[in-house]
Design a protein around this ligand. Structure first.
Ligand code: ATP
Ligand code: MG
Length: 447
């Protein structure tokens, strides 16, 4: 980047200098040409005064002086009466523009190629008192030579400016790049740098925060897993130890064995849930999407859960109509299963659970309503967090690990569905699985 900035700056300086160099040369040349013409006019006036006073003999005195000035005396008819250039004397000059202008207006000038000398000349002609015309001429080349004399000096100036420019561009490029090199990637917003980089730094900061959040979540998750595994393991180990030491009466052995069985089942469920979650996290679930009838799926789930509901003295009811979605069967099943399981588990004796499945204007939908214990308003968003349980002791009693809804939320994301929850403490909860992708708040009021 530094090299690129330097290159651009050097190129810019060089082009600017070369253009100014050429412009200066052209301006100098134009000015010198003007001055040369002006001088020639003055000289013509001067010579005409001499010839008017002393006659054309005064001109012969110019012969052999070695000046680059060409002097010509022309009669009214255009015949050359005198010329410093001997060869030009035979030619008639009546057609020369400066001669014609001088005859008409008293004086005239022009710049053109001399037929006699074969070079470009400045001409200036003046009509004398006796009617003849005195014309003097000087090569244009002399103006060009004068202008060219400035070239080396201007070139030196150009080289000097280029050198300064290159050094300056290097320093500037260093200065420009330094704040970028000094950026603190860990704390991007603390760096004092270009305003233009701010959106990028804000993004880096957001990414850092997201990474920190993930790292914290992982730490918390590991701590939770260890804790959740340790509790049943401690119980199992405790019961086994008592039995090993022969401290359990023969008739109590089945009860102890049952407790060990229950705790180990709990561990198996937990480990299975963790595996499911990590697979969902890693995106390893390569589920095949298929055409599903949500109503049919709900009937299957309700049928399976009826014995569980009866055990909790909860009445199950299924409502709705056939409704098709294209999604991965296992994910949708798991999602609905977890939600209906909660509706039964966190219900009250003689309570009820209503499962509704059907199509709406917004798309396919499953609604699970229960008349259970409800969820406090401030914890509605938190119940989807891993291991989060509103009432830890109650969940433990019922065997909950707090992973069911996180699995459901994950599965919903993979099925392009969203789960909305609304609840009233002590009255019941309503969970809605919406297969419509339009954005809506996470929880709505229970109506
Ligand atoms: P499991 O992993 O076995 O499902 P869990 O049921 O405790 O354990 P989640 O299903 O994630 O975990 O639910 C999280 C918490 O949200 C529950 O512990 C419970 O406190 C609360 N909860 C969820 N559904 C309901 C409901 N229908 N009524 C009342 N509370 C609920
Ligand atoms: Mg649950």
């Amino acid at each position: 980047m530094k090299k690129k900035i330097q290159r651009i700056m050097i190129l810019f300086i060089t082009v600017t200098l070369v253009i100014s160099y050429l412009l200066m040369f052209l301006l100098a040349y134009a000015r010198i040409r003007d001055i040369a013409q002006e001088n020639l006019r003055n000289e013509a006036a001067y010579f005409s005064a001499i010839v008017n006073r002393f006659g054309d003999e005064a001109l012969t005195a110019m012969d052999g002086t070695g000046t680059d000035l060409r002097i010509t005396l022309i009669s009214q008819d255009g015949d050359v009466l005198y010329d410093t250039d001997e060869d030009a004397k035979l030619e008639n000059h009546a057609d020369r523009p400066e001669f014609q202008k001088a005859l008409k207006n008293g004086s005239g000038s022009s710049v053109r190629r001399s037929d006699t000398m074969g070079v470009d000349l400045f001409y200036c002609a003046v009509r004398l008192e006796d009617g003849t015309v005195l014309r003097i001429a000087r090569p244009v080349r002399s103006a060009l030579f004068t202008a060219l004399q400035f070239l080396p000096l201007m070139g030196l100036l150009l080289a000097g400016m280029l050198l300064v420019g290159v050094r300056y561009s290097r320093r500037k490029a260093d200065e420009l790049v330094r704040p970028i090199n000094e950026l603190k990637v860990d704390e991007p917003l603390s760096s004092d740098t270009y305003e233009e980089l701010r959106p990028l730094l804000v993004r880096i900061d957001e990414q850092n925060k997201a990474k920190d959040a993930v790292a914290n979540m992982r730490k918390e998750f590991t701590a939770n897993v260890s804790h959740e595994l340790k509790t049943p393991l401690t119980s199992i180990s405790g019961y086994a130890e008592i039995m090993k030491d022969g401290l359990v009466k023969a008739q109590d052995v089945p009860d102890f064995a049952n407790r060990i069985y229950r705790e180990s089942q709990r561990m198996i469920t937990l480990v299975e849930d963790i595996i499911k979650l990590s697979r969902l996290d890693e995106g390893e679930m390569e589920e095949i999407e298929e055409d599903l009838d949500l109503f049919d799926l709900c009937r299957e789930i309700c049928d399976n859960l009826v014995p569980y509901a009866e055990k909790h003295c909860v009445r199950m009811e299924l409502k709705g109509s056939i409704c098709h979605v294209t999604a991965a069967r296992r994910l949708v099943q798991e999602m609905i299963m977890n939600i209906v399981d909660n509706a039964i588990r966190y219900n009250k004796p003689n309570g009820s659970v209503t499962v509704w499945a059907g199509g709406t204007i917004g798309g396919a939908r499953v609604v699970v309503t229960d008349t259970g214990i409800g969820i406090p308003e401030d914890q509605l968003d938190r119940i989807f967090e891993r291991f989060y349980r509103v009432d830890k002791s109650h969940s433990r009693e019922t065997g909950g690990t707090g992973l069911g809804l996180s699995i459901a939320k994950h599965s919903a994301e993979l099925c392009h569905a969203r789960i909305y929850v609304s609840s009233r403490l002590g009255e019941g909860t309503r969970m809605e699985i919406d297969f419509d992708e339009s954005e809506r708040p996470l929880h709505k009021d229970l109506t």
